[in-house]
Design a protein around this ligand. Sequence first.
Ligand SMILES: Nc1ncnc2c1ncn2[C@@H]1O[C@H](COP(=O)(O)OP(=O)(O)O)[C@@H](O)[C@H]1O
Ligand SMILES: [Mg+2]
Length: 142
Amino acid sequence: MIKNFHSDSLSDTDVIAGEILSEFPARIYALIGDLGSGKTTLAKSLLYRAGVKDEVTSPTFIIFKKYPVGDRIYLHMDCYRLESLEELKPLHFKKELADPKNICIIEWADKIEEILPKDRVEIRCTPGPHPDSRIFTVIQLP
Ligand SMILES: Nc1ncnc2c1ncn2[C@@H]1O[C@H](COP(=O)(O)OP(=O)(O)O)[C@@H](O)[C@H]1O
Ligand SMILES: [Mg+2]
């Protein structure tokens, strides 16, 4: 399944996050797109709408951060600064990915594609026709 969501504003993006969660339930959300394409903005709305009430800060420098919601753990990851998959070893990231309790929202997921489970939802973030528009192309893989 594949669907394009068109956003013309931050509030559209927030609504789209809710729609993605209900129409594409998944354990791995792989966000892909250039700087400024809206990955962090969308990730924050996904986390908020999934029930994370803590303030979500960018995990760029710490690679990932965990937010418990009930008996699940939302993991927000940013691979922007990652230079090699070796850096993930001490973080036991493969174990985190495989843990059924974890729901992983991963920015710059294309950088770690080779270790991602095949069964995942990919969200491609691209600019739209106006400065405040974005297109989120959501694909249920494989
Ligand atoms: N419709 C929109 N959806 C998401 N972000 C938008 C939108 N319109 C403008 N923006 C702005 O674009 C920027 C997106 O940045 P960010 O989410 O950090 O992108 P990335 O994580 O992909 O680098 C933010 O400054 C945000 O306010
Ligand atoms: Mg970002």
